[in-house]
Write a protein that binds this ligand. Structure first.
Ligand code: COI
Length: 360
């Protein structure tokens, strides 16, 4: 059956040497592939004009809703190389559905799940030779959806564009598992009850940048956000979730309550942890309690997790009122077991009991 996304066979491809160099040392979100998928929506025509075309600057009216009022939602997902030379996505329907929920929160016309998946798959097929094959690297996919009609009216837009771009990538903190140092952001928050924290909208990430910059000035790798009401409960980092491991063999992560991004990696790790026999708690965790538990040894490990970050151990935490190390600043065993279990499934090297691997 013909794809909704018609490929432009004349789209230029970059020279082989340039692609090989990018694949050897991709970094994160630095180099982009040859193509992009695009699809348009207008109220009279619905979704139409699907294309796989040359990845190139977009032409947007300067008053486009996405530019004026940040009417834009996005996803992060990856295509992984498999041992037999094939490639697979990981739980892509979760991303499709989350984008629909994010779209609803931002007054955006949702992309039907089948079209989302077809756009992503068509792009990965067109850019198959941009999937890095070395350990740790994959093809990061960035589907996004935005309001394109020009308007200063503060009401939902009318016309939309769905676009998927791709970028060969190593994990965001690099392929080593050197523990992170986190900075507690106690003055800036990223999400409030009733706000957009659970939506993967551009604004949630824009709102985290000042804290991330502050963390960098403090010599830390990432910021950790507390809840906006009591400034006490740990929520997430600037673009990834957080989990805690205790000496009694239990694992804890903040519950999804509207202010936390429902990560696909988060959900997958909770399932894998239960499979391993760990007691899993989705319960609030207070910043002071974390410090106390880390110092007493009741808490033994903590790690950041997300599609871009994969699983990254936390070794140090600092803030204006806190300073403590976790597990002597070393990466922990449970973190490492979970990280390996996830990666082995994603790369097709371990059985896939939950049916997460979506071969292309
Ligand atoms: C991801 O983990 O895919 C994210 O979206 C985090 C960040 C790069 C925005």
């Amino acid at each position: 059956e013909a794809s909704v996304f018609v490929q432009d066979a004349a789209a230029p491809r970059r020279p082989e040497a340039e692609r090989q160099a990018a694949l050897r040392d991709p970094g994160f979100g630095r180099v982009f592939t040859d193509h992009m998928a695009t699809l348009r929506y207008t109220p009279d025509r619905g979704w139409h004009d699907g294309r796989i075309e040359a990845a190139a600057p977009l032409s947007l009216h300067p008053a486009a809703m996405a530019l004026q009022y940040a009417q834009l939602v996005f996803e992060g997902m990856k295509a992984y190389g498999l041992p037999d030379g094939g490639a697979a996505l990981f739980r892509p329907a979760e991303n499709a559905r989350r984008m629909q929920r994010s779209a609803a929160r931002m007054g955006i016309e949702p992309v039907p799940e089948a079209l989302f998946l077809e756009g992503v798959r068509s792009l990965v097929r067109a850019d198959r030779d941009w999937i890095p094959r070395q350990e740790g690297a994959s093809l990061y996919l960035r589907p996004f959806l935005m309001g394109t009609d020009p308007s200063f009216a503060v009401r939902p837009g009318r016309d939309y564009m769905f676009c998927v771009i791709a970028s060969p990538a190593a994990p965001i903190f690099g392929s080593t598992t050197k523990p992170l140092t986190l900075w507690i952001s106690d003055t800036l928050t990223r999400a409030a009850p009733g706000g957009t924290g659970a939506a993967k909208c551009a604004g949630s990430y824009g709102a985290s940048l000042q804290a991330v910059a502050e963390a960098g000035r403090e010599g830390c790798d990432q910021a950790i956000f507390l809840d906006a009401v009591e400034r006490r409960w740990i929520e997430e980092l600037g673009g990834m979730n957080i989990m805690f491991v205790f000496a009694d063999g239990s694992l804890r992560t903040p519950p999804l309550g509207g202010t936390i991004l429902p990560g696909v990696t988060r959900d997958s790790l909770l399932i894998l942890a239960r499979d391993m026999g760990l007691t899993v708690r989705e319960e609030p965790y207070a910043i002071d309690q974390w410090q106390e538990d880390a110092r007493s040894g009741r808490l033994t490990e903590a790690f950041a997790c997300g599609t871009a970050a994969v699983v990254a151990p936390v070794g140090q935490v600092r803030g204006r009122r806190h300073e403590f190390a976790i597990g002597g600043g070393q990466a922990g065993q449970v973190t490492e077991r979970l990280r390996t279990a996830l990666i082995e499934i994603q790369r097709g090297r371990a059985p896939d009991p939950h049916g997460w691997v979506d071969r292309l």
